[in-house]
Design a binder for this molecule. Structure first.
Ligand code: MG
Length: 378
């Protein structure tokens, strides 16, 4: 089997999710947005598809030269090639390498008639989800106060979630960040859901050591189960210091560049108690599984960052805890359970017990609504 083409289709859809100047998402007015589907085709008619923003220039200058004519089942070889090409192609981000890697895994699944998580070495058919909120805002009844978070946490418990993670207030909100407000929101949520629900905080990412230490100690009193990215992740020393000081598990890195190499350095330096990686952060399923096995080999717990098909299939193949699927981002005014217009069904439906089930179709298991994509091409 040989790859004959790599192509993208861009299409518009309606959304009420907006982005602020720092890149965080919030609830907003309905507007048009653009989604991209990448298709890798073969002479045999087997295709692989994945979704994500992939500029046309990258397809022409990088992906076609790197992939066309190659055996699509040689995923490791193709991933290593793209990894090396990143050195010269500085616009080739891990996120875009990840989209191609996921399309190759989808193709392999379609060729064999198996879901990706079983090709990876299946371990489980469902994963417990946690509700992951958007960052705090100033929308009345949204996520504008500790009381808002508490009310929303109660709603999530009624919806079936068994765990909850806050993203609190960050710039460009004028008064944010504020460690005391973060703690107040965390306390209000603990009060609302009772003592037994696993809770996590993902705070402002540029606190000082002292601010992070203060919040961490307060989270310990509230029996939170992890503390995520409260400082710049480029400072491994700061995280090693924080993990040493605190009893609550510190989790990371999330956004630090460097794929599995960065996770290895964090583990070697005891910079976090729980390792963290997602397909969009590290360049796809191929490197994510390297990190899974790295963490397993060092006896370090690991969690998967972010949702979507790629992360879900990796969780289905993890033999180490990888306890939760991150479902979201959620907001009182966003209907996350609505099916994306370009799909026929949700990839991560939540069952009544708070679990997300692994897709059983071949490949990544996206039921794609091709009519919708055709009708909205841009
Ligand atoms: Mg995070």
């Amino acid at each position: 089997m040989r790859i004959t083409d790599v192509s993208t289709q861009r299409f518009s859809y309606k959304t009420t999710v907006v982005r602020d100047s720092e890149g965080h998402t919030h609830a907003g007015d309905e507007h048009d947005a653009v989604q991209t589907m990448v298709t890798i085709a073969t002479g045999e008619g087997v295709v692989g598809r994945a979704f994500g923003g992939t500029p046309e220039a990258l397809v022409e200058n990088v992906f076609k030269p790197a992939l066309v004519g190659e055996d699509p089942l040689m995923r490791e070889k193709l991933w290593q090639r793209l990894r090396h090409w990143q050195r010269a192609h500085r616009d080739l981000t891990d996120r875009e390498v990840g989209v191609i890697d996921m399309a190759l895994w989808d193709l392999a699944g379609n060729a064999s008639g198996q879901p990706v998580y079983k090709l990876l070495g299946g371990y489980r058919d469902k994963v417990l989800a946690y509700a992951s909120t958007m960052c705090g805002d100033e929308i009345p009844g949204g996520l504008s106060s500790p009381e808002d978070y508490a009310r929303f946490a109660e709603w999530c418990m009624q919806r079936g979630y068994k765990a909850f993670k806050l993203h609190t207030w960050m710039p460009p909100i004028a008064w944010a960040p504020d460690p005391k407000m973060d703690v107040k929101a965390c306390a209000a949520v603990r009060e609302a859901v009772g003592p037994d629900i696993p809770l996590m905080l993902d705070a402002y990412h540029f606190y000082s050591r002292e601010q992070a230490y203060y919040i961490g100690r307060e989270l310990e009193k509230l029996n939170y189960c992890w503390f995520e990215e409260p400082m710049d992740e480029h400072s491994i020393s700061s995280y090693a210091w924080l993990s040493q000081q605190l009893d609550i598990p510190v989790i990371g890195p999330e956004t630090a560049e460097g794929k599995m190499y960065t996770r290895a350095e964090w583990i070697a330096r005891d910079a976090a108690d729980i390792s963290l990686a997602g397909v969009g952060d590290v360049g796809g399923i191929t490197p994510l599984m390297k990190i899974v096995h790295l963490a397993e080999s060092f006896g370090v717990a690991m969690e998967v960052h972010g949702g979507g098909a790629g992360n879900l299939h990796a969780l289905g193949a993890m033999g180490i805890p990888g306890e939760f699927y991150e479902r979201g981002l959620l907001h009182p005014f966003i209907d996350y359970d609505a099916v994306e217009p370009w799909l026929n069904a949700k990839i991560d439906d939540l069952d009544a017990d708070g679990f997300v089930h692994l897709p059983q179709g071949s490949g990544l298991g996206h039921g794609i609504n091709f009519d919708c994509i055709q009708a909205n091409l841009v």
